[in-house]
Design a protein around this ligand. Structure first.
Ligand code: GLP
Length: 241
């Protein structure tokens, strides 16, 4: 694993954006796994401004997002679909039909998970998977537990995860209790994983994930097994390493 530590948010965002941009420049038909949450917002902002400078095109890029809340319609402002449009897709030349997220409102969620896995399989291997890390070690919405699931599946959100994400909703009650998420098998099959973590509140979980035992109790720890893991941290998130 390659760990890079940055002094300042902007430098970290720029470095992450440069890695993604470099991939698209060398492989215009790249297949990207994308993440949501607070962490990648600045990375997407950098990518959009580099795109506007004409540095590369997303025209042939295909994307798959990690997850979506179950029960939220795509046009709900806190759906991950709305997040992706707001932070990235609406500002670049990507073809909408080449952007994919699980449909949180699918009438048959299990069937939707199968459909999503088939789409990922058809696209071939993910060239890069961008990841954040939850305070409890979750990646995507793969929550800590006795076992983890390989493919896309419906999952119950941990109470801590709902509480962490309540800041985006009017109240905790509005935060969905379930989500559709890519499984750890799909994530680990990506050719490269770019894990980005910021903030002192994540320092303990960064240590557990990167230097603790590999365990389903901390899904992020499975990343230690990946042959091409690049970790970008700010100094606060790295302080316990
Ligand atoms: C969310 C997402 C994850 C994200 C994580 C951390 O709930 N499902 O993909 O990486 O939690 O989010 P944040 O970057 O806001 O701390």
């Amino acid at each position: 694993m390659n760990i890079l530590i940055f002094d300042g948010d902007e430098k970290l965002n720029e470095a992450a954006a440069n890695i993604i941009a470099g991939l698209i420049q060398t492989k215009p038909r790249a297949v990207l796994g994308l993440a949501t949450g607070g962490t990648p917002v600045g990375i997407y902002r950098h990518l959009v401004s580099d795109f506007k400078l004409g540095m590369f095109s997303f025209k042939e890029v295909t994307t798959f997002n990690l997850d979506e809340y179950a029960g939220l319609p795509a046009d709900h402002p806190e759906s991950y679909y709305a997040y992706m449009r707001r932070n990235l897709f609406d500002h670049i030349d990507i073809q909408p039909f080449q952007t994919h997220l699980p449909n949180g409102k699918a009438p048959d969620a299990e069937e939707e998970c199968r459909r999503y896995d088939e789409l990922i399989d058809k696209a071939g291997q993910l060239d890069l998977q961008l990841l954040g890390l939850g305070h409890n070690g979750h990646i995507g919405f793969n929550e800590p537990g006795d076992e983890l699931i390989g493919g896309t599946h419906v999952t119950e959100l941990a109470e801590a995860t709902r509480e962490a994400n309540a800041r985006y909703f009017q109240s905790l009650d509005e935060v969905p209790t379930r989500a559709l998420t890519m499984g750890v098998g799909t994530i680990l099959k990506a050719k490269m994983i770019l894990l980005v973590v910021k903030g002192a509140d994540k320092a303990d979980i960064v240590k557990r994930a990167l230097q603790g035992p590999i365990t389903t109790k901390c899904p992020g720890s499975l990343l230690q097994t990946h042959p091409n893991l690049v970790v970008l941290l700010d100094q606060a998130a790295a302080e316990k390493l």
